[in-house]
Design a protein around this ligand. Sequence first.
Ligand code: NAD
Length: 249
Amino acid sequence: MSTTKKRVAIVTGGGSGLGLAIAEKFTTNGIDTIIVGRDEQKLKKAKDQLGDHCYPMTCDVTNLSAIPGFIEKITARFGHIDILVNNAGINMKKEFTEVTDEEFQSVITTNLCSVFAISREVVKQMLKQGNGSIINISSMAAQYGLPKVIAYSASKTAIDGMTRAMAVELSPKGVRVNAIAPGFIETDMTAKALNTDPERKQKVFGRTPMGYMGKPDDIGEAALFLASDAAKYITGVVLPVDGGNSIGF
Ligand code: NAD
């Protein structure tokens, strides 16, 4: 990937949380960044915050049949796609036996099937260009067993496998594929999961050697690095950005 050419990135779920932090890191570094989400108002607010390099585009990533047309529209408008960050995701915390098939499928469709469909379409363009960088957002739920998040854990573990499978197939053709495994980062998603469960919160801090939660900006920094030429020999890795949580005792 050339550092002189204007780079174009897609960040799904770029209107809030980690996606917004990643988009902010990209735009402040001059990367034209398309933020994708369902909520037009939320995207507009993000655009106001991020400025000229930010391009909001509405799409529900679970509408799989609409993905090819959506990516085609982006390619027609921007000419190339250099970076894809598959960040949009949902969590569902529930006892194992309480989870319905529909709920399980809904998490899998959002967190996994959409990542496959979007990546497939973007890769078609990246292969024409002969380069590209894809970053999937995984989770600690794929590093160790977490109770009460069965569908989420299944989806994120599959993301790690898909990252490696894509990397071996696509890296010889110039497309690097990596994942970031955020630890416990301060966003609405973690607030929801931890504030209602003091025991879980205690456990998180107990095994995080750095002793505090990460900031969305920490994930933005990692994404900017993996997307850049500085990471040109890195592919197929799942990078924990977690204050040591994944190796904590
Ligand atoms: P968040 O809820 O703030 O952001 C998720 C974004 O995805 C939202 O903007 C949401 O609108 C979007 N989204 C969800 N479903 C969508 C759909 N069908 N179509 C389009 N957009 C959709 O949560 P977050 O904490 O910023 O999470 C971002 C990613 O990071 C997720 O994949 C999550 O699993 C992962 N993650 C977060 C943490 C954490 O500590 N916050 C830890 C590990 C992994």
